[in-house]
Design a protein around this ligand. Structure first.
Ligand code: E4P
Length: 229
């Protein structure tokens, strides 16, 4: 499973990108609004930094408007993936944009039947919202399993399942176990996914024990060893 970050904040993206684990970025109008910056400039900067798929969402509500905005967004950078909502106009826009070779992320997916339609419309990604599904006491992990099973049985569908709306590290694990192709995580969840108190305690203990070693500068030790050979 590949990992995207779900943010429009350049500092967060820069930090996680430096870990070497990031394949792409998803944004949405709420995340862009939070930054208080020019939408197009932010998307372009993210694309240049990550050099991988970057979802940028249309805000028009009719198919014609979504297609027009999608074509424009695709001109910002070759890595832009046009994000459309899983509504009737979004489906129509997805079909047209996909037929023009534009990558589309069909977002706000809450049931498997919607994902089937997005797949048939030629979406590059479909985004089931795990966290928001769990919020209403349904099972987000089960939804991912159903979508991956449907896609596996549909040879004409080449859509990737992009698990979205992840709220905690267990959602990330659930996405991976359920067969998602990609999971997009907020910065906070990625930090939580990395951190474990036993890792910190163990690391601290190794350092304390190492203090008892008289010759402990590894570069000196290796240089000396190399010269003695
Ligand atoms: C996905 O592409 C969305 O931007 C995102 O995951 C929504 O998450 P939320 O439910 O935490 O807003």
């Amino acid at each position: 499973m590949k990992l995207f970050i779900d943010t429009a904040n350049l500092d967060e993206i820069r930090e996680v990108h430096s870990w070497g684990i990031l394949s792409g970025v998803t944004t949405n109008p709420s995340l862009i609004a939070r930054e208080g910056r020019d939408f197009i400039e932010v998307v372009h900067e993210i694309c240049e930094l990550v050099q991988g798929p970057v979802s940028a969402e249309v805000t028009a509500q009719d198919a014609e408007g979504m297609i027009r905005e999608g074509r424009l967004l695709a001109q910002i950078h070759e890595h832009v993936v046009v994000k459309v909502p899983l509504l009737e106009p979004g489906l129509m826009a997805c079909s047209v944009l996909a037929s023009e070779g534009i990558a589309v992320n069909v977002t706000l997916c809450f049931q498997a039947s919607q994902a089937l339609l997005a797949g048939l419309a030629g979406a590059t990604y479909v985004s089931p919202f795990i966290g928001r599904i769990d919020d209403i006491s349904w099972d987000g992990g089960e939804l991912i399993e159903h979508i991956t099973e449907i896609y596996a049985q549909s040879p004409s569908i080449h859509t990737q399942v992009l698990a979205a709306s992840l709220r905690h590290p267990q959602h990330l694990v659930q996405a991976a176990l359920s067969g998602a192709d990609v999971a997009t995580c907020p910065y906070k969840v990625l930090k939580q996914a990395l951190k474990h108190p036993l890792t910190d305690i163990g690391n601290q203990r190794f350092l304390e024990d190492w203090e008892a070693v008289p010759e402990r500068d590894i570069s000196v030790l290796v240089q000396r060893w190399l010269q003695s050979r």
